[in-house]
Design a protein around this ligand. Sequence first.
Ligand SMILES: *Cc1c(COP(=O)(O)O)cnc(C)c1O
Length: 434
Amino acid sequence: MKNKHYIDRSLKSLWNPCTQMKIQQAQSIIPIRRGKGVWLYDYDDKKYLDAISSWWVNLFGHNQSEIKKFITDQLDLVEHIMLAGLTHEPVINLSEKLSTLTNLGHAFYGSDGSNAIEIAIKMSVHYWKNRSQPKKNKIIYLENSYHGETLGALSVTDIKLFRKNYASLIKKNNLIKTPDWRYAYKGETAESYALRCIQDLEIYLQENHQYIAAFILEPLVQCATGMGMYHSVYLKKARELCTQYQIHLIDDEIAVGFGRTGKMFAFEHANIKPDFICLSKGLTGGYLPLSAVLTTDEIYMAFYENKIEKGFLHSHSYTGNPLACSAALGTLSYFENHDVINQNNKTSAYISERIKILATLPISNIRNIGMIWAFDLEEVTKNTLKKISMKAIDRGLLIRPIGQTIYFMPPYVINHDEINFMIDTTLEVIESSL
Ligand SMILES: *Cc1c(COP(=O)(O)O)cnc(C)c1O
């Protein structure tokens, strides 16, 4: 009963994110003592399968020895230095490797995903100012998008619940129709729906391009609003339109980068080159907070001037932290030493096969790309949804439904037994809750 001790103390001292604390009190909370692979263990040593990679960050599960070694080696050298006027080997190595992987360069670092979004949108607007086009200062974003919750990131996030109370603080940007295929007409394919959305986008850009600095999107999967997926032709055509109308394309790969969609980066599915790429979450394999924004030489050169104010002066105290960069190098080294993407393809095929047993349930829109699966429960009440997650936790499965959507985004190292447990338990808890 050690759990209870930590739950009581936690509720008195902690304010949890994304949580109505009054409801949390009633539902309780799981205190986690340690983790190994896909499993988390509480203080009474009960284990839970982390089917959502702890908010999508733990690519290779918990307590991963190869990544850990990169951090401990760096710990013996130096833990932190400021990055203004100083530099260090981990940040240089990481910048070079990210540049090779993304075909973009001059990595700029932040401490989390929202930071990366702030950096990219500030850079874009500042670019147009430096290029004497200050009117190009609006960012356009997709319906159902999520790019983080700091004020700038919230200005391009389409979740009313998260925005409403801060409306007076948020700059008005412009919404674009989402290509999520669940909004297609009956009988319309994901591809033709995406193309129809592109037509709308084109009309919008024709009229407004002179005011638009950038178009920000989550490539192929709108994760935080319920794993909405769309066809890659949208990315390809959006890139063409952005080029035609001189608008930056900001590719927010914070959730889907590093192999999640079956390629190293989701933009590769469309064979495009974005103007900015934002990386975080999986970047350090879930070890330490870090984010990076990479961009083109052309954009970098617009800041390269004698005048100080033309430079990009944005800064964070922990920019390019050596331990976090080492964790990221550990993550990339894991990719280099293991055939991750191919191995994931096999794991993905197995999960897609096993997930078919859920088809007997009253669910719709079963969807998958790479190592992400989602489906929507039809006509369930909030109470039923709560029952499902509570029962799952009771049985040792950690899922965190988003509205009516249940999804799996497991660590890549999940094995067949663990997959069977994940799917069988899901079937059982849904069946017994309806
Ligand atoms: C999580 C997320 C963010 C914000 O990252 P934080 O580290 O939570 O600030 C931004 N964009 C996308 C697509 C995300 O999934």
